[in-house]
Design a protein around this ligand. Structure first.
Ligand code: PLP
Length: 394
């Protein structure tokens, strides 16, 4: 009765079972994977948010496949502040970046084709690709004092893809990547553009975390790139820490003809769903504006938790080091060599014995053992307590 694409293993894994069992017994859980900012004790300008959502414009429906123009102007103004001129006609609003991915996969690939995605990275790619009948071809990121795209590894995967796997239609870059916190370097970007040109691939650049550079420096945005067909994704979920508003976007860039062709087709895809809510789109300018109050709070939190983590890891015999983070909301612990447990065993024991939830690296596609992924968003007291227990267990 059901499609093969929904043949997921539905049994909860051991880690989920431990956490559910603790919660069922009323025992506390320190969730070091929490990345929902509305649950992390930040101070939102609630009055401004609620005011923005109750405008008379919310009462009228004038559908536009790209989303209301006023909202697209607000998005263009966001890029303008980063020094990039974007025409509102290059922008498509969507309900989420997940939806944006789906629209682009529909635009760029046929069933059985593939998309290239970094590894380790955002676990949802497998689902998003699978739901659109595409394969993910992972390309490696490697770590040696910092994360880098393994360009030779990428070329090798592409070569193999030609023979054995689906034809790649796009290459995804995540800037900065979740969970490695690494931005795409300028020379990597140049190599990817060259590769995309040669192989007729589009670039999908996920920049949802790009405002969260820990060194405070702003990085290049792909929304300024015209060398190859490029789709830049972002949204309110991270920019203004408002995931519940469900407003994201695609900026389309590229050589003029390719861009025009893409926009015409995307317009029909978007027109099929018209999924953007008018009350939220009418509030876009004000909701984007709230980032000025939110981002400093989040960046301060990321730095504070990172400093606490580092302080704890300096203790003798801590059992792990932290990998370099340039931006985003996550940190990765690399466990000392010789740890006799798998990441799964460790995370499950930590959940069962200490009530602390962390993610084992394989959730994000780490190919080898010895990695735990933590969110840096939890409230500092909770984070410190969780880290204390984690290090005691290591
Ligand atoms: C890399 C990346 N892209 C996109 C998203 C989700 O964004 P949205 O809420 O707009 O779907 C996330 C959420 O964690 C993410 O990590």
């Amino acid at each position: 009765m059901f499609s093969r694409r929904t043949d997921w293993p539905l049994e909860p894994n051991a880690l989920t079972r431990e956490i559910e069992s603790r919660r069922a017994r009323g025992l506390p859980v320190i969730d070091l994977t929490e990345s929902n900012p509305t649950h992390c004790g930040f101070s939102y300008d609630s009055a401004a948010i609620l005011r923005a959502l109750s405008k008379p414009a919310a009462l009228e429906y004038a559908p536009d496949p790209r989303g209301p123009r006023e909202a697209r102007r607000a998005v263009a103004a966001y890029y303008e502040e980063r020094g990039v001129r974007v025409d509102p006609d290059q922008i498509f609003l969507t309900a989420s970046t997940s939806e944006a991915y789906s629209c682009l996969f529909r635009l760029l690939a046929d069933p059985g084709d593939a998309v290239l995605a970094p590894q380790p990275s955002y676990p949802l790619f497998d689902f998003l690709a699978g739901l659109n009948d595409l394969e993910v071809i992972p390309y490696p990121l490697t770590y040696e004092s910092e994360w880098r795209i393994d360009l030779d590894g990428l070329a090798a995967r592409l070569e193999r893809a030609n023979h054995a796997l689906g034809v790649p239609g796009a290459i995804i870059v995540v800037h900065p990547n979740n969970p490695t916190g690494s931005f795409v370097k300028l020379e990597e970007s140049a190599a990817l553009v060259e590769l995309s040109r040669r192989r007729e691939l589009a670039i999908i650049a996920d920049e949802v975390f790009s405002d969260y550079a820990l060194d405070g420096q702003s990085r290049l945005t792909h929304a300024a790139r015209d060398a190859v067909l490029t789709f830049t994704l972002s949204g309110l979920s991270k920019i203004s820490a408002l995931p519940q508003m469900k407003l994201a976007w695609i900026v389309v860039n590229g050589p003029e003809q390719a861009r025009r062709n893409a926009v015409e087709r995307l317009e029909i895809i978007a027109d099929t769903y018209l999924s953007v809510s008018i009350p939220v789109a009418s509030a876009a300018a004000e909701l984007l504006e709230t980032r000025r109050g939110m981002q400093p709070q989040l960046i301060a939190r990321l730095r504070q938790n990172l400093a606490e983590l580092d302080r704890r890891l300096e203790e003798p015999g801590a059992g792990a080091v932290r990998l370099r983070v340039e931006g985003g909301w996550y940190a990765i612990l690399k466990l000392d060599a010789g740890t006799s447990h798998t990441d799964d065993e460790l995370a499950t024991a930590l959940a069962r014995e200490d009530g602390v939830l962390v993610h084992p690296g394989h959730f994000y596609g780490f190919p080898d053992e010895g990695h735990l992924v933590l969110s840096l968003l939890p409230a500092p007291g909770l984070f410190a307590e969780g880290i204390r227990k984690l290090i005691a267990r290591l």
